[in-house]
Design a protein around this ligand. Structure first.
Ligand SMILES: NC(=O)c1ccc[n+]([C@@H]2O[C@H](COP(=O)([O-])OP(=O)(O)OC[C@H]3O[C@@H](n4cnc5c(N)ncnc54)[C@H](O)[C@@H]3O)[C@@H](O)[C@H]2O)c1
Length: 257
């Protein structure tokens, strides 16, 4: 059990990568609080973990709202008897360019995908300082490392996540706080399925995205959860400030030919 005795709060845990991460953490011995805008979904995933003999609680929370984030942190802390690992994973997709994105859409994607991490990390930071340590894990994206045509707001937010991760690592080190992020390529989740559905030819778009990954396919949520597990575990005790790309080779460079 690689997370025995650890307590983790996972945002956006009712679906996709967050749900897989909460499940994997619980299977490795962590007690988990699953927070999501979809409180019923969070509770369902917590139920499933409890049914397997794990410890989990589901919470309704909006990472776009400061009061809700404060309440989420308090409730998770009380339910688990503390928090050792915060996974800032909740985010929304937004398609659009500087030409097509309205100001409110731009502000919203920056708020939910980047400022939410400031908000939740700020809520937990003094507690981690007092506890002499803690781990912050953020879900960034390959969109934070290479530009994504047609996704100006989302990519800018994710690049911000990478840099906020590194800055928190620098200032957290003296307090035993490690901060890392994972940058997934395309992963089969409801978010990515929505993206395909919004394209003119969803099947062609899916095939093109699969082919863009040198390993020939999109990732699965469990493959990203494995990266979070490593970063959360003691095996990564000397790892901080890293942006771990897990992308089937998508960002490795140009393919042969
Ligand atoms: N799926 C991909 O291809 C992919 C690739 C790179 C990065 N990511 C990132 O992975 C993370 C998880 O995405 P996913 O693909 O699992 O998506 P998903 O849509 O399956 O899950 C996202 C979850 O976040 C929740 N959420 C959204 N807004 C929220 C809010 N304001 N407060 C609380 N919860 C909120 C949703 O209800 C949902 O349960 C995101 O940060 C996303 O940007 C996804």
């Amino acid at each position: 059990m690689r997370l025995a005795g650890k307590r983790a709060l996972v945002t956006g845990g009712a679906s996709g990568i967050g749900a897989a991460t909460a499940k994997r953490f619980a299977a490795e011995g962590a007690a988990v609080a699953i927070a999501d805008l979809n409180g019923d979904g969070a509770e369902r995933h917590a139920d499933a973990i409890r049914a397997q003999g794990g410890t989990a609680v589901g919470l309704a929370a909006d990472v776009g709202d400061e009061d809700s984030v404060a309440a989420m942190t308090d409730r998770a802390w009380q339910a688990l008897g503390g928090i050792d690992i915060l996974v800032n994973n909740a985010a929304i997709p937004t398609i659009g360019t500087v030409e097509t994105l309205a100001a409110d859409e731009w502000n919203r994607v920056l708020d939910i995908d980047l400022s939410s991490i400031y908000r939740a990390s700020r809520a937990i930071w003094p507690r981690f300082v007092e506890a002499d340590g803690g781990t912050i894990l953020n879900t960034a994206s390959v969109a934070g490392v290479i530009g994504m045509a047609g996704q100006h707001g989302y990519s800018a937010a994710k690049a911000g996540v990478v840099m906020l991760t590194k800055c928190m690592a620098l200032d957290g080190a003296a307090h035993g706080i490690r901060s890392n992020c994972v940058c997934p390529g395309f992963v089969e989740t409801p978010m990515v399925n929505e993206y395909f559905d919004a394209q003119d030819d969803p099947a062609a778009s899916r095939a093109a995205v699969n082919a863009a990954h040198p390993l020939g396919r999109m990732g699965q949520p469990a493959e990203i959860a494995g990266a979070f597990l490593y970063l959360a575990s003691d095996e990564a005790r000397w790892v901080t400030g890293t942006a771990l790309v897990i992308d089937g080779g998508l960002t490795a460079g140009l393919p042969p030919g």
